[in-house]
Design a protein. Structure first.
Length: 97
């Protein structure tokens, strides 16, 4: 197996872990926090992050599956970069000094 193949496998399974982290985080948050953060509802984010995780496990980073892997990774990253910080901010309260 070539080094490039190993790197692609690390990316493939690493991205699946990112999706799993996003799903578990979405699962553990309060439902009302999503509304307070002005984001979609908890069930919608569970579907998005869960579906993204499944897609990243099923489809490889290389080949034809790449067309499904990219949007799945983008969906998980949107949750982690946009939704997660707002949920944390809403649940902790805004502590500006």
């Amino acid at each position: 197996m070539l080094v490039a193949d190993w790197i692609l496998q690390v990316i493939h399974w690493g991205s699946a872990l990112v999706g799993l982290f996003a799903f578990v985080h979405a699962l553990l948050q309060r439902s009302d926090a999503y509304q307070a953060a002005d984001r979609r509802t908890k069930p919608i984010w569970l579907l998005i992050t869960g579906g993204a995780t499944i897609a990243m496990v099923l489809f490889e980073v290389q080949g034809a599956g790449f067309i499904f892997w990219v949007p799945a990774m983008a969906a998980a990253l949107v949750y982690l970069v946009d939704v997660r910080p707002r949920l944390i901010e809403v649940q902790r309260g805004n502590r500006n000094w």
